[in-house]
Write a protein that binds this ligand. Sequence first.
Ligand code: SF4
Ligand SMILES: [Zn+2]
Ligand SMILES: [Zn+2]
Length: 182
Amino acid sequence: MIELPAFLDGTATCATTNTPDLWHSTLAVDEARAAAHCRACPLRQACADYALTNGEQRGTWGGLRAKERRRLLNPADQSWLDEHDRVRRPCGSDAAYRAHRRYDETCEVCEAAQAGRVEEQRRRLLETAHAKGGTANGAVLHRRLGEPVCVRCRAAVARQSAAQRKARMARAQQGPALALAS
Ligand code: SF4
Ligand SMILES: [Zn+2]
Ligand SMILES: [Zn+2]
């Protein structure tokens, strides 16, 4: 028989609040609000243990959303709980990098992985720029990748500069004409 935990005595925040539905909701925004309330609850740890031990399938318990509890209980998933009982993803993942930023932490593994992802993204964008025959943005990407700008992207920059010069000259010529007309 399951021993009922103390928080079911009706005194916890989730039982006394005027928005109890937050703890049953599956909407991300509600889950976040429920979890924020849980973080200040003195029963949080016991509540999280209870939900994990008893395989609670729904709702937010002890600050843990249903999805997070499923992750923690899945042996194939590498999620872990930090010292503040926050569910964390393995280092190297995008989610882990974002969590470090959110919690103002530094992690060399995640910084390196993020740099790799940024470089990949830049290479993809550069491929697109080259598929168009080279672009001015491609030149920026080459520089950000720390490499020389290719001839096609250099030509695109030159074309862009020429077009801008032409537009400036056209505006300058229109200026006096408009002044004479008025
Ligand atoms: S930790 Fe959250 S769900 Fe658990 S008793 Fe406290 S407020 Fe309720
Ligand atoms: Zn990390
Ligand atoms: Zn190029």
